[in-house]
Structure formats: C-alpha cells, structure tokens
Design a protein around this ligand. Structure first.
Ligand SMILES: C[S@@+](CC[C@H](N)C(=O)[O-])C[C@H]1O[C@@H](n2cnc3c(N)ncnc32)[C@H](O)[C@@H]1O
Length: 269
C-alpha cells in the first residue's frame, strides 16, 4: 500500500478526477481483508520495540496511520500504557476497535478517525509515537518535524519508511518512485534527517524480505480475490486491483535496490 495511495491518487488527479468516498471505500474494502496494510511483521514490531525503554502504565502512545491495527495489537500486548491509533479511514478504525475488543484490550487501546497532519494531542504529551509504513503520507521529514512537538523530551519515535539501498538504481524503479514518492531517500540521508529534526537515532534496521512476501503480498493475493469477486465488472476496482499486482512485480524485480527501514529515535533538547 506504500506506493498505492500516492500512485492511485495521482492517476485520478491526472485524469482530473477527485477521490470521492466511493474510491476511499474501495481502498478500505480491499485492505480490510488483511491483518496489516503494509510490509511488516510481529517480529519486526517487537524488534523495534526492544530499543525503547521506560514505558509505564502511565505512558501515552500514539500509532499514527494505524490501519486496522495489526501492529498496534502486537505493541499493546507487550507494553503498558494507553495507545491511541489514528487513521483517516473510518472503515479501518471500526475494524481496529473491533480487534482491540476481541483481544480484550479496549480499556487501553482506542482507535480514532483523524489526520496525521492535524493530530489531536497536547504538546509534550506523548511518550512514544509509532508509525509503520504511514509517515510517507505526510512526508518523512515533515512528519518527523511536526510530530516532535507532541513528544515529551526523552520520548521515542519509531517509524518505518521506504528507503533506497544503493546510490544508483535502474531507471524503471527510479522513475516509479520519483513519480509515486519523490521523498524516498538513502538510509544515511534519512538518518541525517532524523538528527536534523532533533532526535538522537537509537536504532536503524532494514525490514527482512518476509515482511513483504509472507506478511504483505501473500495476504494481499487472497484479499484481491475476495475484492474482485465482490466488485466483478467494476472498472475502477479492477484498475485499482491491477496496481496492486504491479507493486509486487516491481518489488520482486528490484528488491535489492529498495525496501523498508525502521528508524527508532529519541527526542532530545
Ligand atoms: C501502508 S498503510 C499502513 C497501515 C498500518 N500502519 C500497517 O503497517 O499495517 C498507511 C495507512 O496510513 C493511513 N493514512 C493515509 N493518510 C493518512 C492521513 N493523512 N492521516 C491519517 N492516516 C492516514 C491509511 O489509511 C493507511 O491505513
């Protein structure tokens, strides 16, 4: 889904179409049939969490762009404190809250509809900001800068973001990303942005391939079947679904050149 919104929204706006509720519902419907809406895994969530200390039952945590909460529920089972998941798709938040309830976490874990560029928190209120595969929606640098004010000094941010693994890469994949998300960058440049935004980098690691293949593309294939049978004959739905297949094809072809990186950092100063 990482490149998906950007790419899809671009196609629609190039054709002078606006994203209406119908299209958002399609996006929501497609991904609602998956536990997570982007590459990642419970193991990777816990690895990122292992670099974060000092959380207590008084801690306030936000999961921004939480989707249906696959990673949030993993987090919640391993940390104390209150977790607020935020996503701008109501359909995802409804599933999120249902999942929290089913896991018996509803007293500590709440999903709310909201936008990452207008967060409903007080300054210096949060102990931890979590965001897997979602910060690209606001932009890596902008998100790091704007979200910082909500963190207490000494609080942590943990985000995953798409990175280049090499300084040079084939034109096809370069062009794809320049079109979908030109802010994609190399890991050293991204770490420099973390520092520049006023954080101390604590850990940086690349997500293993199974976060894409086993935990993202495989469930996506099943979700796609359900989606296409529900929307048989719907041109927009078919177009949207075809974009999914191209995302996987590109990854398999060019995975040595890009992937996701987890950045864990501490607010200083
Ligand atoms: C690639 S998905 C990742 C979802 C989840 N974090 C995961 O890893 O499974 C990106 C999420 O960001 C959400 N999103 C996109 N733009 C947003 C915005 N402006 N404010 C809040 N959420 C947004 C999408 O609805 C989607 O759930």
């Amino acid at each position: 889904m990482l490149s998906l919104y950007a790419k899809y929204i671009k196609i629609m706006s190039n054709e002078n179409k606006t994203i209406h509720d119908f299209e958002l519902n399609l996006i929501c419907d497609f991904f609602s049939n998956m536990e997570r809406q982007g590459p990642g895994s419970p193991e990777v969530t816990l690895k990122a969490l292992s670099f974060i200390d000092h959380l207590t039952d008084k801690s306030l945590i936000a999961d921004i762009g939480c989707g249906t909460g696959g990673q949030t529920m993993v987090l919640a089972k391993h940390v104390p404190g209150q977790i607020t998941g935020i996503d701008f798709l109501r359909g995802f938040i409804d599933i999120f809250n249902r999942n929290a309830e089913q896991a018996g976490l509803q007293d500590r874990v709440k999903g709310i509809v909201g936008s990452m560029d207008n967060l409903p928190f007080q300054e210096e209120e949060l102990d931890l900001i979590w965001s897997e595969g979602a910060i690209y929606n606001i932009g890596f640098e902008r998100g790091l800068n704007e979200w910082r004010k909500y963190l207490k000094t000494g609080g942590y941010i943990a985000v995953s973001e798409c990175s280049w693994f090499t300084d040079e890469r084939p034109a096809e994949i370069n062009d794809f990303w320049m079109d979908a998300y030109p802010e994609i960058d190399t890991i050293p440049n991204q770490v420099a942005k973390v520092c520049k935004a006023g954080y101390l980098p604590v850990a940086t690691f690349i997500l293993p391939e199974n976060c894409w293949t086993e935990h993202y593309f495989a469930p996506k294939t099943s979700a796609q079947k359900i989606f296409l049978s529900k929307y048989a004959g719907n041109k927009v739905a078919e177009e949207f679904s075809a974009l999914q297949a191209s995302e996987e094809e590109l990854y398999r072809k060019y995975k040595e050149f890009y992937g996701y990186t987890f950045f864990i950092a501490k607010k200083i100063g």
